[in-house]
Design a binder for this molecule. Structure first.
Ligand SMILES: [Zn+2]
Length: 237
């Protein structure tokens, strides 16, 4: 029989051989917390006991977070986030990992993700505030579908004469209230229609120059300039 006296197994130190438990040799150990407890030699040699049991509640809590939450909505959201960003065979890889959307290092561990995001409120899903950026505490939130749609709208990119900016940037550029532009966008307006000078003057209005009524599109064609330029000239007119 191997003498285990004075061996250290995790937080336990073997004190001395004690009476068998059934036919199994047993040893008395002292835990770092000072508690003395009997363990089987076979278990001590395998290194299985961690402590006398004093830190069992903490260990169970940690285990619960890693293993007891695999069926929760938070874990499902976390798992699918990690999959689509790291797994090349995932169906959505092309829209995520393949497009450079990453999961921050901290969130590769579910415990950290859950600590930062907290429980998922009913009716919400994991949302990135800025769609061009990856998954991180700063860029993520639990959001309802409506909240996410509103967010998408403010991030809409619009190309006018080869120049791409967000809808908000264009609104500032053309000096039109963003709320007006958003409302038009919601109604299906596109391109320059969104940034027409005033809500009181529809974009199709005719502009009378030297007694000739023409729409801005017609003026643009007539003057050989882009719509944007014609619009800006009309605005200063
Ligand atoms: Zn202990």
């Amino acid at each position: 029989m191997i003498d285990l006296t004075n061996r250290t197994v995790n937080k336990l130190r073997v004190l001395r051989r004690v009476e068998n438990v059934g036919r199994q040799p047993a040893w008395l150990c002292v835990c770092k917390c000072g508690t003395e407890k009997r363990f089987l030699g076979m278990h001590l040699r395998a290194g299985t006991p961690v402590d006398c049991g004093c830190e069992l509640p903490q260990r169970m809590r940690a285990a619960q977070i890693t293993h007891g939450m695999t069926d929760t909505p938070e874990w499902t959201a976390w798992n699918s986030m990690v999959q689509r960003c790291t797994c090349k065979t995932h169906a959505a890889w092309g829209d995520y990992g393949g497009r450079g959307i990453t999961v921050c290092k901290r969130w590769l561990k579910f415990e950290n993700f859950f600590k930062d995001m907290g429980p998922r409120p009913a009716g919400t899903t994991l949302d990135r505030k800025n769609n061009a950026r990856g998954y991180s505490p700063a860029n993520c939130r639990w959001a309802t579908w409506e909240e996410q749609q509103n967010n998408r709208r403010s991030n809409v990119s619009i190309t006018i004469d080869g120049d791409t900016r967000t809808m908000k940037q264009w609104a500032t550029h053309f000096g039109v209230k963003y709320s007006v532009v958003k409302a038009r966008h919601a109604k299906g307006a596109v391109g320059m229609e969104l940034f027409a000078a005033s809500p009181r003057k529809p974009y199709g209005r005719r502009l009378i120059i030297d007694g000739v009524p023409m729409t801005i599109t017609q003026w643009a064609k007539h003057l050989g300039v882009t719509y944007k330029e014609a619009w800006q000239r009309a605005r200063n007119f």
